[in-house]
Design a protein around this ligand. Structure first.
Ligand code: IMP
Ligand code: MG
Length: 168
């Protein structure tokens, strides 16, 4: 394992993202929608640094058939409990790879008529896209590495690491 992004660097980026989000949503309340499981660490830190009122909910996505979410069709396996209609919704994701996951969730939530719908991802692998999707807020753009830590796993391991590491 090789360290790619240190804990302090991540916290500085989360602060910057929270600052931008707080300014953009000034005077409003945000419904943060975290994608389980990977986004829970990022969402916990981000939510505590955002300076406007937030509510929080989570969705869990699963892919049909064998393989990973990245490879195929996606479905919602655990839906939101808070209705999104009329709300300012911000989807919180750990990493964007092919774009399939976020694009799917974006379309599903858009159909429920939120007041606004935006996306934030801590990490982005722009070269891996299979579908066109650009998040509104991005932390770090990284090369095509498989990374773990700060919520991201490999077979459920390493989610609790404070930094982000490339798995070799
Ligand atoms: P996408 O649908 O291809 O954009 O996949 C996004 C999802 O794949 C993320 O929510 C992660 O769960 C997972 N993923 C993609 N790249 C990585 C990685 O480098 N490490 C861990 N999980 C990843
Ligand atoms: Mg994920």
């Amino acid at each position: 394992m090789e360290r790619l992004i240190g804990a302090r660097e991540i916290q500085e980026m989360v602060n910057r993202l929270a600052g931008r989000i707080s300014r953009d949503f000034a005077g409003r309340e945000i419904l943060l929608v975290g994608i389980l499981k990977g986004a829970f660490v990022f969402m916990a830190d981000l939510a505590r640094r955002i300076k406007v009122p937030v509510k929080m909910d989570f969705v869990r996505l699963a892919s049909y058939g064998a393989g990973t979410v990245s490879s195929g069709k996606v479905r919602i396996s655990k839906d939101l409990e808070i209705p999104v209609k009329g709300k300012d919704v911000l989807i919180v994701e750990d990493i964007i790879d092919t774009g399939v996951t976020l694009k799917y969730l974006f379309r599903r939530l858009k159909a429920r008529k939120p007041r606004s719908l935006k996306t934030v991802a801590l990490l982005d692998k722009p070269w891996r896209r299979k579908v066109r999707f650009s998040p509104d807020y991005v932390g770090f753009s990284i090369e095509d590495h498989f990374v773990v830590g700060y919520g991201l796993d490999c077979n459920e391991e390493y989610r609790n690491l404070a930094g982000i590491y490339v798995l070799k």
